[in-house]
Design a protein around this ligand. Sequence first.
Ligand code: CA
Length: 231
Amino acid sequence: MEDNIIVLIVEDDKYIVSFVTIYLNDEGYRIIVAGTGKEAISLFYANNPDIILLDLGLPDVDGLKLIKQIRERSNVPIIVVSAREEEEEKIKALDCGADDYMTKPFHIGELLARMRVAQRKLNRITNPDNVDSFTCENLTVDYSRGLVYVDNKEVHLTPMEFRLLKLLIANRGKVLTHNFLLNQIWGYSETADAKNLRVFMASLRRKIERDPANPRFILTQIGIGYRFVDE
Ligand code: CA
């Protein structure tokens, strides 16, 4: 199966392209390379890739514009690669619909781990979740009855906490930015801010994590947002 996975690498740095290509070929991925945003769009339409690895600093097009354009047509996993000084861009990229990010220079092991997460998302697109319940280790969420169990004991979540948990699980593996979560949970209300979110997250973690200080399920991406584990 794995040799069928097509990865579109959008990157103008030839060194990175050749280094990534060697490793991903070894892993059985099929690689297509675009050096510009223009090329990326035409290769995207022509090849319908399964995963996109996107450098934000392209010579011709703004990477964010590219993400929006792709998202109009497809839910394909997009992993953004950015330079250190593009920290802000990274958050914007996630808000535009990118799934994950890496900062240059990255380790090949890190890339392969992100690729595995992207593949699981891919599998979920073709085989959607059982909508009735979700189980991960000692955590079970019964969607139809709106109940949550930890170690087989029911825990009581507020409606807001339940929505937050549902949203995190539905997007597991993906980094959800503070902005995204605030908009999804509170809408565009003025009172919603990152501090509110931290309070809700702390309370949710106390209820579902065995050790809230070292969370197993909801991981913090410092300065960016949160991610529900997908492993
Ligand atoms: Ca670049």
